[in-house]
Design a protein around this ligand. Sequence first.
Ligand SMILES: NC(=O)c1ccc[n+]([C@@H]2O[C@H](COP(=O)([O-])OP(=O)(O)OC[C@H]3O[C@@H](n4cnc5c(N)ncnc54)[C@H](O)[C@@H]3O)[C@@H](O)[C@H]2O)c1
Ligand SMILES: O=C(O)C(=O)C[C@]1(C(=O)O)C=C[C@@H](O)C=C1
Length: 385
Amino acid sequence: MTPLPGPSGSPPVVGIVGRRGAYGRWLQRFFEERMGLQVIGRDPAGDEDLPVDELVARADVLVFSAPIRVTPALIGEYVEAGNGREAGHLWMDLTSIKQRPVEALLASQAEVVGLHPMAAPPPTPTLQGRAMAVCPARLDRWRPWLDSFLSATRAERIDVSPEHHDRAMALVQGLTHASHMAQASVLRRQAPALGGLDALRPLRTVGHALDLSVSARMLAGNPGIYTDIQFDNPHVLPAIEQLAEAVGFLRAQLRSGDAEARQAVRSQLLEESATFFGAPVLAAGSQDFERLGYLLADLESPDFLSVFLPEDAPGSLRRLLHVFEEHAVNIESIHSSRSPEGELHFRIGLDRGCLAGLPADTLARLATALEAGGIGRVTAGDRRD
Ligand SMILES: NC(=O)c1ccc[n+]([C@@H]2O[C@H](COP(=O)([O-])OP(=O)(O)OC[C@H]3O[C@@H](n4cnc5c(N)ncnc54)[C@H](O)[C@@H]3O)[C@@H](O)[C@H]2O)c1
Ligand SMILES: O=C(O)C(=O)C[C@]1(C(=O)O)C=C[C@@H](O)C=C1
């Protein structure tokens, strides 16, 4: 791989502030393995050998990937340490909030871009399938390098101003996170009386399953990020006040319980919002809901084979399917994804009725044929494969 040169014509050294953290580690690997660049950095979690002023001087590109609540002040310390030596360098940050960090970066003499990948660092080597907000605050000679770096991430790039970003994130993140924290807290208090979350599973709706996975994803993640997004994005509080108002309105109508209250909820919380969403959004959202429902059902089905294709080449899928045909096994669903190592993975749902009519060792023979033919690696897989 040819390392991507910076404006000086040679490949830049990348510095990561917070490189022991989740995104810092992902980025270090990305820069080293996908872009062939040297990475240096600092982190109070056991990586402080390189003094701040040396990091500032040596890093042609400096990325801040530290907790949201400390980032603006931390950037300020680096600006002070740089004392102008950062002129001609590129400084950027990954913070989930953009206005204050970008303002802090602009106090330097470096070129500046604020970034926000709209997902946790994935197990995959690129950000394909994820969006990346980009705030190009002060760019000149580094623009072509930045463009190439962003294309290499394969994220869907959305250029936006820091203020617009933060206002949008109050709704996209602040509101979503708050609703799910509140839901999780109610479930924590009420579900045990019904036997816990597992006892609710058999009675699930698609909406409950989707909401539960959002809540579970958040609760499994870094609580610092979710807390900081609520507290440090100044546009979140007004959104939460309106959320509380809406829930308060619903509560008041439920307490009143009469026909008028019912009509008020129907009209204000459902019909007026439906008009605002508009027919195309309602139709598309409804269709997505249906599709996600089928996807969840497929992923729940216990009869499946998990096949990893080492060779991601035209015709691989046809060869794979041919083996199923040869063994007269009917396929009910196919879902493809990538393993963290980049292998193509197929989760193949099997028709239980068809299997019941075949010899008991059919699946074992099918798996052997797939492996012996060098078509794919078959794993038993559990429900989550
Ligand atoms: N994880 C996500 O889902 C996600 C998604 C998008 C953006 N981000 C953003 O990426 C940034 C990093 O998030 P993360 O998930 O890697 O968090 P993290 O907590 O895993 O990592 C942060 C790292 O910063 C280090 N750090 C703390 N104080 C520091 C200091 N003074 N100097 C240098 N390093 C310091 C910590 O030791 C830690 O290793 C945050 O700003 C976050 O908003 C995170
Ligand atoms: O867990 C994920 O993949 C996320 O999307 C994490 C999430 C989010 O939930 O909004 C959390 C913080 C980041 O700023 C971006 C995304």
